[in-house]
Design a protein around this ligand. Structure first.
Ligand SMILES: [Zn+2]
Ligand SMILES: [Zn+2]
Length: 238
């Protein structure tokens, strides 16, 4: 066979059997993810000891990082973050949320499963942080829910949709720190409360900035006497 034809045939086969890397379009995707190795290496992941408050690098000799020390005590026990909200990670998350690329849920779901497995945490339930139904309806999907579903499937953990957003809130990004907290009062409730007594729960959200959304969600779980509460975000914004 002529080499050119062979090359062409393998290119056609590869193209038909695998999807290109969602970040750069390369067909050489890595074995561990749908991103290629080169793109995976560009995500700024956390090295070293994790801050239990936000999942970022612990930059103090204390129990929490310098950012978390400025915040009120967290309502959760442990935080995990897939990567920092910068560079390629930031661009991919933006594409996921605003440019109708729900297929990125698979890539983030694989990273999330890797993260959870290496953390040793074993939640009874995975709960996505819900959007208010009007916002989910506008966007067509809830990005946190898609990643949570992928993670639950891969780690064989039950997923729960009992965390509800009962009040439509203003977008957090446009508010000051004090306004953010006020904005979220009574924003969440939990269906079938008794069911979650003493249960360990992993909350999934897309981005953590000050953590006020997750704080309000975790407080709703505390009210129903959940056991260990953990959070996982796709990106941690410094
Ligand atoms: Zn790539
Ligand atoms: Zn922290």
């Amino acid at each position: 066979m002529y080499p050119v034809i062979g090359k062409l045939m393998s290119w056609v086969t590869d193209s038909c059997l695998s999807f290109p890397c969602p970040a750069c379009g390369s067909l050489e995707i890595s074995e561990r993810n749908v991103f290629c190795e080169n793109c995976l290496s560009k995500f700024k992941t956390v090295q070293g000891v994790l801050c239990p408050g936000c999942g970022a690098e612990l930059d103090t000799a204390l129990e929490l990082c310098s950012n978390c020390l400025k915040e009120e005590p967290r309502a959760w026990d442990q935080a995990l973050a897939l990567f920092q909200h910068e560079g390629l990670g930031r661009r991919m998350l933006h594409a996921f949320k605003y440019h109708n690329t729900p297929e990125l849920a698979r890539a983030f779901g694989i990273l999330a499963a890797e993260k959870l497995n290496t953390s040793g945490l074993q939640p009874d339930y995975i709960m996505p942080v819900p959007l208010h139904w009007t916002r989910a309806w506008n966007r067509g999907f809830n990005q946190s829910e898609l990643v949570a579903e992928e993670l639950a499937r891969r780690c064989d953990i039950a997923i729960s949709y009992d965390l509800r957003r009962i009040r439509r809130t203003r977008q957090q990004a446009k508010l000051t720190r004090v306004e953010r907290k006020k904005n979220l009062i009574e924003a969440f409730s939990v269906n079938h409360e008794k069911f979650y007594k003493n249960a360990s729960i992993l909350l999934i959200d897309d981005v953590m900035t000050t953590g006020s959304t997750l704080q309000a969600a975790a407080e709703a779980l505390r009210k129903c006497q959940a056991g260990r509460i953990m959070i996982m975000v796709i990106a941690r914004r410094i």
